[in-house]
Design a protein around this ligand. Sequence first.
Ligand code: NAG
Ligand code: NAG
Ligand code: NAG
Length: 467
Amino acid sequence: MLVRLDFSTTLSLLLLLLLVGSSRAQVGVNWGTQVSHPLHAPSVVKMLQKNSFTRVKMFDTDASVLHALAGSNIEVMVGIPNTMLETLSSSMHAARNWVESNVTWYLKYPKRRVDIRYVAVGEEPLHDVRLDAVVGAVKNIRAALDKQTRTRDIKTTIPFSAGIVTSNSFTPSTGNFIRPDEMKTILELLSDSKSPFTVNIHPFISSVKDPSFPLDFAFFDGDFPFQQDQGNNYTNAFDAIFDTVVSALKQAGFPDMPIIVGGTGWPTDCNLQANPQNAERFNQGLVKRIESSRGTPLRPGQLHAYIFSLVDEDRKKPGYERHWGIFQYDGTRKYGLTLLGARELENVPDVEYMPARWCVSNDATDGLEQRINATCQQVDCSPLFEGGSCNFLTVSERASYAFNSNYQLNDQATSSCDPEFGRVVRDDPSHGNCRFMRQIVVNSAERERLCRNVLAFVWLTLSMLFI
Ligand SMILES: *[C@@H]1O[C@H](CO)[C@@H](O)[C@H](O)[C@H]1NC(C)=O
Ligand SMILES: *[C@@H]1O[C@H](CO)[C@@H](O)[C@H](O)[C@H]1NC(C)=O
Ligand SMILES: *[C@@H]1O[C@H](CO)[C@@H](O)[C@H](O)[C@H]1NC(C)=O
């Protein structure tokens, strides 16, 4: 019986492999960590697996995230922050250390291996790093990866903004790099190691920056009258931008370089077009596009793309930048995205909340506005402004929103709900879509581990000083 069971399991696995093959459609997601209260990483990984996200892109090498991804079979792109590129470019030693502690370390134990496939060198680095430093960093990281058999197959890539390409009157077939000479150096480098070109595509930002941008063109299912270009019909910005990149690569002499969409998505707050309906429409269109395996007119086939992003990040720039998550800060989904295999998005499990307490205005009016302003210097009040989910609140409710955000940011510390203006209540004061947050408990095991890591690091540094 046991043997038969095993045999049939093997058979179905084999069948599955045959069916799915190597060209299986895969949905990726960006896992950013600029948050004051991180979700318990192992719970996030459980959620990723349940929802069949098979690819994760990081902007750093956060140890708790990488430890949680160990043994999960999720493909990982780790990231090097822009601020490190100068150092990595000028020092081979620094590059080797970076690879050793941020990549090789996670490949050591076969059962707890992190499936690192790519190293992203910077994130849209040309905005604030010199070209030579970007090139130098890629060269040194590449050399460090090539030194070991274990890391040789890991690709290096650079996530660029789509702003580095341009075209004549928006026809994708005329796409070219804005600085073709600079790009040539980088493309040769990528091509030498058979690495992919990575680009971020954000129709939302195009629509924010250009008031004449037709909103419907931002969506995959838009009704926008198509734009014809050499027999291809473009009905959405994603295809048009992607194919502009395809043409630019062709023009530069790299027509076959694989393209990864490093980040694409839609925020849900703090802008008139940023809301859950539009975000669902965009991301659902993206998932369907990935599932269809049809690619774009100039690059038919599988699309390798990462949704931007996983959760809202409260340490980013105030405004819509903080609200790109498909999940809220607490791991609850914002809308019912249907994923590959027609399943609905599931929440992050086992999230623990702080007690049901909120800080609201006690209806004192003297100096209230000043106090709101002062509080909003400390916490993000952008949902209160035009296009925000809490824009409709009265002055007193706005005060409550600000005071509560501050109270939750400070883990409900009594001192963070000033009795002169506020009081603590036990009923959720949220108004419809305007949600008054209740903080999550940062997993204590996680905290301990982080502390241990810091201690170990201090110890290591000290011991190096004294050797
Ligand atoms: C590993 O990467 C992180 C950034 O993600 C960096 O802070 C750290 O210094 C790196 N380790 C080494 C040895 O370079
Ligand atoms: C684009 O649209 C035109 C006009 O409807 C149609 O004739 C043509 O076949 C379309 N091209 C493609 C590639 O779908
Ligand atoms: C508070 O801020 C708003 C908007 O920035 C401003 O219009 C108002 O004058 C400020 N009020 C006080 C009392 O500082």
